[in-house]
Design a protein around this ligand. Sequence first.
Ligand SMILES: NC(=O)c1ccc[n+]([C@@H]2O[C@H](COP(=O)([O-])OP(=O)(O)OC[C@H]3O[C@@H](n4cnc5c(N)ncnc54)[C@H](O)[C@@H]3O)[C@@H](O)[C@H]2O)c1
Length: 247
Amino acid sequence: MYMNFNRKVALVTGAAVGIGRACALKFAESGADVILVDRDAEKLEGVKNELSAFGHRVLAFACDIRREEEVEDVVKSALKELGKIDILVNNAAIWRSFHPFVETTTQEWQTMFDINVNGTMYFTRAVLPGMVEQKWGRIINIASVAGVYGNGNMVTYSATKGAVIAMTKALAKEVADKGVTINAVSPGSVSPSDVADPDHTQPSELCYMNRTGSDNENAGLICYLASQEAAYLSGQNIQIDGCRRKI
Ligand SMILES: NC(=O)c1ccc[n+]([C@@H]2O[C@H](COP(=O)([O-])OP(=O)(O)OC[C@H]3O[C@@H](n4cnc5c(N)ncnc54)[C@H](O)[C@@H]3O)[C@@H](O)[C@H]2O)c1
């Protein structure tokens, strides 16, 4: 069967809505045990209930990924309960802040780096040794086209996603001969993440396809990168942007 995740354990951050939720659903549908992480405990519980329909094990952890100790506790508890983590999707981030660069406060800069970059680093550092030991692992970091081209009025966000892409490429080289692949996925415009239908799209002038990408389209790419079939693909940043027009 194509993209079979039977006996695999996948951890997805930012799993309460949007791309993270769609991804968690796809993993569970394809046989994986899933660890859901988000700071929104209530929405996370709803996703946990949705996933339980597939009959595999599901754990949900309310966690603020910028808190190093919380991240380490989540990984310890998950390993205790499920024995291993094969797949890590670093998806949680904040991005809804639009203003000229000179209006950037140090606190905003710090917070965005704490979540988008440090949170990704904490989870990766906590999970990677187990992957190396078992000689199999997949890490998928959700970046953005903003990290490739740079979005005006989103300088801080663009900088965090650029950092995530560089981190992905560098770390992939360290573990390429250890059975662990690390890739980044850079969405263009995605439909609003609070719409429950993961196939929802809407018109967009930002790409030649003239529409946003759906959560499921993004989740499909992420799951492919997490699969056995993608074993020879590492250190890449793959844009999923409907053929971006404005950069
Ligand atoms: N939506 C887009 O148009 C778009 C475009 C490019 C890239 N992306 C990236 O895709 C990813 C998912 O975005 P989305 O729009 O699907 O979801 P979103 O931004 O609406 O939600 C992200 C989830 O992350 C969680 N989160 C935020 N900060 C957290 C923290 N400190 N600790 C724990 N959880 C936290 C939120 O509670 C939320 O459930 C993000 O990395 C985002 O930067 C999104």
